[in-house]
Design a protein around this ligand. Sequence first.
Ligand code: APR
Ligand code: ZN
Length: 368
Amino acid sequence: MKTRAAVAFGAAKPLEIVDVDLEGPKAGEVLVEIMATGVCHTDAFTLSGDDPEGAFPAILGHEGAGVVVDIGPGVSSVKPGDHVIPLYTPECRQCDFCLHPKTNLCQAIRETQGRGVMPDGSSRFSIDGEPILHYMGCSTFSNYTVLPEIALAKVRDDAPFDKICYIGCGVTTGIGAVAFTMKVEPGSTVAVFGLGGIGLNVIQGAKMVGAAKIIGVDINPSKVPLAKQFGMTDFVNANEVEDVVDHLIQLTGGGVDYSFECIGNVTTMRQALECCHKGWGESCIIGVAGAGQEISTRPFQLVTGRSWRGTAFGGARGRTDVPKIVDWYMEGRINIDDLITHTMPLDKINNAFDLMHQGKSIRSVVLY
Ligand code: APR
Ligand code: ZN
């Protein structure tokens, strides 16, 4: 079949909206009509050419929601008509990682997914017979896409696609970091570095689990009103205090129980660790630092009881946890609507990248 798609033909070039040939689903695969997709920093990172795993031409996009159209042989967990969210972190429920209680990093299709192909080693997308690569196993910048069955979370069908697509990456990453990776307890003191889309989701996750004090750290005070609406109790403007770490330690009488780095800057990663309370404070890295960058601290920070951790996809096991997060949204426990600041049709998708780079959007969503 043919599908409309925004194709990345090369690094740092605008996406081109073209008709692409799409082969039907093979064994274990599912054809999905994407109804909406978010545009995330990770797409921009790969498009920039800085992503060491990035390759072109490819169809980017990994934050979608849609409907199952057709299934290949052997598929049993979804059927045509089911509403689904694509998972760039799949859940096979069989590999050593899925069977280990401490990780969500299913490795079942990691190698082929990283190379931009389906598990059988080939691509379903092509133009004039020339293959176009998949991306993060999702390629949600195509109106129709093919995914492995293990990379689809089946969700309730009364949830709006234009909102729940954001659960495919940003929402789950932020809220999951709090609820699944760090397991923040009620009454905790939390610091959130960076009040963008990820940081706001960390804040609402911290509020949801009952954190008592939620301190936001940013250099842009225009982020304050929305952060407060989402549950921030205190704000620290990093440009207006002499030393962010000393300031946070004073503000909390010794340091925070948990901190989250949602910027992707190795300097703020260090600050996030060092503002943790001696003896028990734990810091979680969510932001993606530039290729080749390294973090540093004095080992004594860890010797004296602080822990440095990280998370991908919020520690969520997608097929199990994503439907729950959709329920949280439908029950009004989390807010997605106020984070989606812009929507556009596919042929305006390049605007979404411009808005992101200009810092004007929290999240842009493409509606098919
Ligand atoms: N100190 C404090 N805040 C900072 C600093 C700094 N040195 N530098 C930037 N910020 C703030 C910005 O003002 C902005 O509010 O961090 C926030 C980042 O927000 P976004 O640009 O919206 O980024 P977001 O989508 O939240 O993603 C954050 O996670 O997914 C990864 O690759 C992504 O690394 C990025 C991070
Ligand atoms: Zn993402």
